[in-house]
Design a protein around this ligand. Structure first.
Ligand code: PLP
Length: 398
């Protein structure tokens, strides 16, 4: 059987064995409800608070600024809806054209509720123009929500500079840091951020647990209205095993970040260099100087990303596409389109994302198999033929 080489860690990560170990007692023996008055619940409650402290330490936050949620999407929705609800007279929301659907797909909904939305553009490197940000925010801006790092390209936005611009106008600032947390250091005690979203399954905790960081004093109304859990900011009985698991994962991420991320970056850079040097017309998308250490969005011109993924799958490599297949037509990703990546390149883009579990031999495996895959696909690509003959590839023109 072909060994699995998992290079899709921005989609989800393996739950660390020590995280699973830490969680198990909370299914078997310590199954109390942390809100219960008796000792059985109380001991569980202490472990929830312990996990809160560990997550807070990873973020440089205070424990009472950590609200446990069910996922990154909930944290994004709660931040945005929970802020807009507190400023009903303000009808302007600012975000970017490259957000994850957890934010992006809220925009049509907000428009239907008579909000004016500004989606900031990005340049060819996937970077924002901060002058544009300054020019669009105004007295009726209720909230600015800008992601920390892009899930497809890994491009990191200058969040401190953005936060300063937004805060100087007295406007709340939320960042979707789902892809950044655990990969680069963050420090809420120094950074101008009011709200931040993270998701456990991107940092070796299970799927189904997230966090909303809410700076003390930030106006917010809960999305999940219910019991008094999470100091009345998120109703619902706490998912104790997952919270404990996330605490463990946060502790490990904090302890290992520097060393592991240097190793991952070295591996990622070797992978990219190998691909670019061995395959003509291969381009790395995005601002390579300001990028997550684990992420690579690579385009192989004149072939289709989906075909590459299928052929990689046959040799045991899991990656993902920069494009989504919608209603029978292949639409390149909204992120690459926003960056103005030509169709010939956007269609042939794939995302490779590494984690602490990836090894040198796995990158060697990819580097061995990728050149013949691209050569085969280009052999049957009319666009590659046109390109080689110096003609414009008509179907992708524009
Ligand atoms: N935001 C970003 C940038 C993401 O990459 C993801 C997941 O891929 C999410 C939000 C959603 O997180 P979750 O899957 O926990 O809802």
């Amino acid at each position: 059987m072909t060994k699995t080489v998992y290079l899709d860690n921005n989609a989800t990560t393996r739950v660390a064995p020590e995280v699973v170990e830490e969680m198990l007692p909370y299914f078997h023996d310590l199954y109390g409800n942390p809100s219960s008055m008796h000792f059985f619940g109380g001991q569980v409650n202490r472990r929830v608070e312990d996990a809160r402290e560990k997550v807070a330490a990873l973020l440089g936050a205070k424990p009472d600024e950590i609200i446990f949620t069910s996922c990154g999407t909930e944290s994004d929705n709660a931040s945005i809806m929970g802020t807009l609800d507190r400023y009903p007279e303000k009808r302007h929301f600012v975000t970017t054209r490259v957000e994850h659907p957890a934010v992006w797909n809220l925009c049509p909904y907000l428009r239907s509720k008579d909000y004016r939305i500004t989606e900031l553009s990005v340049d060819h490197n996937g970077q924002l123009d901060l002058e544009e940000l300054k020019s669009v925010i105004g007295d009726d801006t209720a909230l600015v929500s800008i992601m920390y790092a892009n899930n497809e390209t890994g491009v990191i936005f200058p969040i401190d500079a953005i936060g300063e611009i937004v805060k100087a106008r007295g406007i709340p600032f939320h960042t979707d840091a789902v892809q950044a947390v655990g990969k680069i250091p963050l420090d809420m005690s120094k950074q101008p951020i009011d709200m931040l979203s993270l998701s456990g399954h991107k940092l070796h905790a299970p799927k189904g647990i997230g966090v909303l960081y809410l700076r003390r004093g930030t106006k917010f109304s809960p999305l999940m209205k219910g019991g008094h859990q999470e100091k009345g900011r998120r109703g619902g009985t706490e998912n104790v095993p997952y919270i404990v698991g996330l605490g463990k994962a946060a502790e490990a991420a904090r302890a290992n970040m520097e060393e592991e991320n240097t190793r991952i970056q070295t591996l990622r850079d070797r992978m990219e260099k190998g691909l670019v040097e061995s395959i003509p017309n291969t381009i790395v998308n995005g601002d390579t100087a300001n990028r997550l250490p684990n992420t690579s969005s690579v385009c192989f011109e004149y072939v289709e990303g989906e075909s590459i993924l299928m052929m990689l799958d046959e040799v045991g490599v899991c990656a993902s596409s920069g494009s989504a297949c919608t209603s029978g037509s292949l639409e390149p990703s909204h992120v690459l389109r926003a960056m103005g990546v030509p169709f010939t390149a956007a269609h042939g883009s794939i995302r490779l994302s590494l984690s602490i579990y990836n090894k040198d031999e796995e990158v060697d495996h990819l580097l061995k198999h990728m050149p013949p895959i691209i050569e085969n696909l280009r052999g049957i690509s009319p666009f590659w033929k046109d390109f080689k003959e110096g003609k414009m590839p008509a179907a992708f023109a524009g």
